[in-house]
Write a protein that binds this ligand. Structure first.
Ligand code: NAD
Length: 459
C-alpha cells in the first residue's frame, strides 16, 4: 500500500477510536489494541501472488512475463478487482489498487473484498494470438486461488471483454463441471456479461459529480448554504453556472464520462478539453464529443492527432500536448487515465475547482493536501469510480441466477446503490471539516471494522 492510503486509513481509524459511540463494546485498552490490529489488517494484503508466465510467442521467442494477483482482504466477500496489462505494473501498485478495492466495496456496501491483478506487458506490442496465450497462462498459473466464491477478476487498463471471455473459457476448461459464470466479470454480453457493464464506470463517475452538483443540492441547498465549510462554498459558487469541463483519458471511463457530461440535461456543461496518451484537444466553445467517440471506436481508441483527421470528422479543436489538459481554464476536471497525474510539480497549475477521480489514485498526497487547502473539492476514486464493480456484482448475481436484466434495469440499480452511498457520505462532508476522501475512508473503515468485530476477528 502507498503511504497515502496508509495515512488516510490511519487518520480514519483515529477518528473512529475517538468516536466512543462507534463500537462502544470495545473500550479502554481493548479498544486501542483492536484498532491497532485493524490498521495492520488494512495496511497489508492477505496474499501477494507472483508468477512468471512462460509464453511461446508467435514470432518464435519464448519469454517469461511477470504477473501478479494480489488479494488484499476478503472479510466482506470474495476478492474482487481488475487485471491490468501495462508496462509500468509493479507489486506496490497492484497492492495499492487491491487495497482501494477493499475500501471501495466497503464504502458502497458491495459484498466483495479487494483484489487486483497485473501483467507487465504493453499489450499493443503483442499479437492477438500472443495475448490469448498470456490470458490462458494467467488463469493456469493462478487457477487455485481464483473462482466465483474466492477471487473474481475483471478488466482494467489494457484488458477488456475479449480477455475476460478468454480467461473464463480457460477457467471452465481447467475446472470442468464446476460453476464458472461468476469466475470473471466484464465479459461480453453474449458470453454472460451484463448489459451496461462497459459504460458502468464512466456513467457512475459522471453521476457522482451530477449528484453532488444537482441532486443533492436540489434537496439540501439551504442546509448546505448554512454550513461554515470551504468545500460547501466551492460547490455553491459553481451551482447554476455554465460549467467548463475537461477530461483526462478518453478510454472506457473517460470517453463515457465525457459523453455523459456533454449530454447531461441537469447541468449546463461545456466539455472544453479531452486528452489521451497522445494529445489534448481543446476548444473553449466546446468539443463535439459524440464525433470524437465515434472516431476513437474506429482508431484503436486513440483521439485524432492531426488537423487533417479533425477536419475529416468535422471537429474544431486546437491540438495541444497531452499534459496541457490539466492546466487549462476550467471549472471541473475529470481524471480518467492513470495514477499520480496531479502531483507536487504540477499542482499549482490546476485551475479546476472540482476534480473527479475516474482513475484510481490520480492525485498524489502532496497535491491532494495542497488543493484541498485551497478549497478544491476532490471527489475520490473510491466514491466516484465504483460503477464498474457495482455492475460486476450485478453480473456475478445474474450469472448465478442465469437471469439477465435489461440495460435500463442495470443503470437503475447502479444509480440506486451509488445514491445510497452519496446520501450516507455527503451530509457528513458538508458538516465536517474533512475532505471528501477522508469522509469516504471513514465510512469504509467503519463497515470493515464492524464486520471484523462481529466475526470475532478484531483482537
Ligand atoms: P483505458 O485503457 O480504456 O483508457 C485509458 C485512457 O487513458 C486512454 O485514452 C489512454 O490513451 C489514456 N492515457 C494513457 N496514458 C495517458 C497519459 N499519460 N496521459 C493522458 N492520458 C493517458 O482504461 P480505462 O478502463 O478507461 O481506465 C482508466 C482508469 O480508470 C484506470 O486508472 C483504471 O484503473 C480506472 N478504473 C477503470 C475501471 C473500468 O471499469 N474500466 C473501473 C475503475 C477504475
Amino acid at each position: 500500500m502507498t503511504n497515502q492510503t496508509v495515512d488516510i486509513v490511519k487518520d480514519s481509524l483515529q477518528a473512529l477510536v475517538d468516536n466512543q459511540a462507534f463500537l462502544p463494546e470495545l473500550n479502554g485498552e481493548r479498544r486501542t489494541k483492536a484498532f491497532t490490529s485493524l490498521l495492520s489488517i488494512l495496511s497489508t494484503p492477505n496474499h501477494v501472488n507472483k508468477s512468471y508466465l512462460r509464453i511461446a510467442l508467435e514470432n518464435g521467442q519464448v519469454v517469461r512475463i511477470p504477473a501478479f494477483r494480489v488479494q488484499h482482504n476478503n472479510i466482506l466477500g470474495p476478492y474482487k478487482g481488475g487485471i491490468r496489462f501495462h508496462e509500468s505494473v509493479n507489486e506496490e501498485e497492484v497492492v495499492n489498487l487491491a487495497s482501494l478495492m477493499t475500501l471501495k466495496n466497503a464504502l458502497h456496501q458491495v459484498p466483495f473484498g479487494g483484489g487486483k491483478g497485473g501483467v507487465i506487458i504493453n499489450p499493443r506490442e503483442y499479437s492477438e494470438k500472443d495475448l490469448y496465450v498470456i490470458c490462458k497462462k494467467y488463469v493456469q498459473y493462478f487457477s487455485d486461488i481464483l473462482g466465483p466464491d474466492k477471487d473474481i477478476p475483471a478488466p482494467d487498463v489494457g484488458t477488456g471483454e475479449r480477455e475476460m471471455d478468454w480467461m473464463m473459457g480457460e477457467y471452465k476448461s481447467i475446472r470442468p463441471g464446476e460453476s464458472y459464470r461468476g469466475s470473471f466479470t466484464g465479459k461480453s454480453v453474449e458470453n454472460g456479461g451484463s448489459l451496461g457493464r462497459r459504460e458502468a464506470t464512466g456513467k457512475g463517475v459522471y453521476y457522482t459529480f451530477r449528484y453532488l452538483m444537482h441532486d443533492f443540492l436540489e434537496k439540501h441547498e439551504t442546509w448546505v448554504s448554512e454550513r461554515d465549510n470551504k468545500f460547501a462554498k466551492t460547490v455553491l459558487a459553481l451551482k447554476s453556472k455554465p460549467l467548463t469541463v475537461a477530461v483526462q483519458g478518453f478510454g472506457n471511463v473517460g470517453s463515457v464520462a465525457a459523453l455523459a457530461a456533454y449530454q447531461c440535461n441537469y447541468l449546463n456543461n461545456k466539455v472544453v478539453a479531452v486528452s489521451d496518451r497522445n494529445v489534448t484537444l481543446h476548444n473553449s466553445e466546446g468539443l463535439d464529443i459524440p464525433s470524437l467517440v465515434k472516431f476513437c471506436s474506429s482508431n484503436h481508441g486513440d483521439l485524432p492527432t492531426t488537423d487533417m483527421e479533425l477536419k475529416h470528422i468535422g471537429v474544431k479543436a486546437e491540438i495541444l500536448n497531452r499534459e496541457d489538459v490539466l492546466s487549462l481554464n476550467m471549472d471541473v476536471l475529470f481524471l480518467a487515465a492513470l495514477e499520480n497525474q496531479v502531483h507536487d510539480n504540477n499542482k499549482k497549475g490546476i485551475k479546476a475547482r472540482i476534480i473527479v477521480e475516474g482513475a484510481n489514485a490520480p492525485v498524489t498526497t502532496e497535491a491532494d493536501d495542497y488543493l484541498s487547502e485551497q478549497g478544491v473539492v476532490i471527489i475520490p476514486d473510491i466514491l466516484a469510480n465504483a460503477g464498474g464493480v457495482i455492475v460486476s456484482y450485478l453480473e456475478w448475481l445474474q450469472g448465478r441466477e442465469t437471469q439477465f436484466y435489461q440495460e435500463d434495469e442495470v443503470f437503475e440499480k447502479l444509480y440506486e446503490k451509488m445514491s445510497d452511498t452519496f446520501e450516507a457520505v455527503l451530509p457528513q462532508f458538508f458538516n465536517d471539516p474533512f475532505p471528501l476522501r477522508q469522509n469516504c475512508y471513514i465510512h469504509a473503515v467503519m463497515k470493515l471494522s464492524t464486520i471484523l468485530y462481529r466475526q470475532g476477528k478484531l483482537y
